[in-house]
Ligand binder design. Structure first.
Ligand code: CTP
Length: 414
């Protein structure tokens, strides 16, 4: 079945890239209907967008012909996903405040479909407190945001604010189209924590991604980990109102809105960052920490000596961050570990629960393609027993876990 995007192009210099975005989406078999704001017409013409979308290009709220042909409510609901690319600081501010003063913003207020905003603007506008506040609000409202790239800007400055490449936007669109549909009653995506999941006033600490343990300046030891599950958990916790510290190893992911991120490379750096972030009400240790590091990392690149025999690599064990927290003077009230296992999943998880002093272990079977994949099937192992959850997108697992964390705090304070 063909999927449909309603693409809102707002008025910034990056608007010209919307033409290429339409081409990329059409090549993937995705139908696109476009709305151009008044100021976007200074950068892109309705004619060029119309040729590429092979559809009427909408723009004027009070064009009666359009209203007769297709009402704005209908327009806002016929698509599977609404995408605003580029999204200017102005349209973001309007969305955050529920302003509906033209066709684009009226559609955004009337829709019951998921919305992806792809901001692009001058670096100072991006970092402005007002813009960041508005983005946080949009994130809390369930709007998806694809963060801008950094680089040289059309205005001659350098920094964050560039529209991501059309291929990257299209990839995010495909990812969102594959997610479960919105819940029609709440208007929230199915994977959002329910409104009852309140974590305001709580500090949640999350580790994510791999660690890189240097062997020499060019080589390292690492585990396979994309960081997606940990980032989704941090995002869900922020959406539930928590203050979130995300300690991340090297990953290719943008920081979820409302999350304080600390980037680290090694297990020892990760432990130091985790301890510096204490106290926390809950710590959720999702990182795939390398168990070992090189005993003596070489300061210079290790060269082959010509004998054909590789130089032996002596390893030493890294600190166990989860176990350190499990026995810490400032142990978080709720300590959650993850266990990636390829066999005897729940038995290993039960042993880990005791050994590491955790309250819950989220065990996942990584014998399939979980590492780097989009879905996860997990078992929640606690002293009370084992709960098995069906395979679901990582965002859905994150939302459910955060709901469980919120329930645990709610029942503690009853
Ligand atoms: N973990 C950690 N620090 C380490 C190793 C693991 O904090 N040095 C945490 C992970 O973030 C995860 C949990 O411990 O929450 C389990 O990780 P896993 O790699 O499955 O466990 P291991 O301790 O490596 O156990 P084993 O080698 O027996 O599988």
């Amino acid at each position: 079945m063909t999927q449909h995007i309603l693409l809102i192009v707002s008025g910034g210099i990056a608007a010209y890239k919307s033409l290429e975005l339409v081409r990329v989406l059409r090549r993937k078999g995705i139908a696109v209907r476009a709305v151009l704001t008044q100021s976007a017409r200074q950068f892109v013409t309705p004619l060029s967008l119309g040729v590429l979308t092979e559809d009427h290009v909408y723009g004027d709220m009070f064009d009666l012909k359009e209203e007769r042909e297709i009402g704005h409510i209908q327009l806002s609901r016929q698509a599977d996903l609404i995408v605003i690319a580029p999204a200017t600081a102005n349209i973001i501010a309007k969305m955050a405040n529920g302003i509906a003063d033209d066709l684009a913003t009226t559609l955004l207020l009337a829709t019951d479909k998921p919305v992806l905003a792809v901001p692009a603007m001058n670096v100072r506008m991006w970092h402005h407190l007002a813009t960041q506040r508005n983005l946080k609000r949009l994130h809390a409202d369930g709007i998806h945001i694809l963060e801008p790239d950094s680089g040289d800007m059309a205005c001659g400055e350098y920094g964050k604010g560039r529209l991501p490449e059309p291929e990257a936007i299209a990839a995010e669109i495909e990812r969102l189209l594959a997610l479960p549909a919105f819940d029609p009653l709440t208007g929230q995506p199915d994977f959002a924590p329910p409104p009852s999941a309140h974590l305001s006033g709580r500090h949640i600490l999350v580790t994510a991604g791999p660690t890189h343990e240097p062997i020499d300046p060019v080589r390292y030891i690492a585990n396979r980990s994309s960081g997606k599950q940990g980032f989704a958990i941090a995002a869900a916790a922020a959406r539930a109102g928590a203050r979130v510290t995300l300690v991340s190893g090297p990953v290719q992911l943008s920081t979820p809105a409302g999350v304080d991120r600390v980037d680290v490379q090694t297990a020892r750096d990760m432990l130091a960052a985790v301890e510096a972030a204490l106290p926390a009400d809950a710590a959720i240790m999702v990182a795939a920490v390398a168990d070992w590091r090189a005993a003596d990392a070489a300061a210079l690149k290790i060269k082959k000596d010509g004998s054909g025999a590789p130089r032996p690599l002596a390893l030493t064990e890294n600190p166990d961050i989860l176990a350190t927290l499990g026995h810490h003077a400032r142990r978080p009230t709720l300590l959650v570990g993850f266990a990636a296992e390829t066999n005897d999943v729940t038995a290993h998880a039960q042993a880990k629960l005791a050994r590491k002093g955790a309250d819950w272990i989220v065990a996942n079977d990584v014998s399939g393609d979980v590492m780097g994949g989009e879905t996860n099937a997990v078992h929640i192992v606690t002293a009370a027993g084992i709960e098995s959850w069906d395979a679901a997108p990582k965002e859905a697992v994150a939302a459910k876990l955060i709901e469980k964390v919120a329930d645990a705090f709610a029942s503690c304070s009853d």
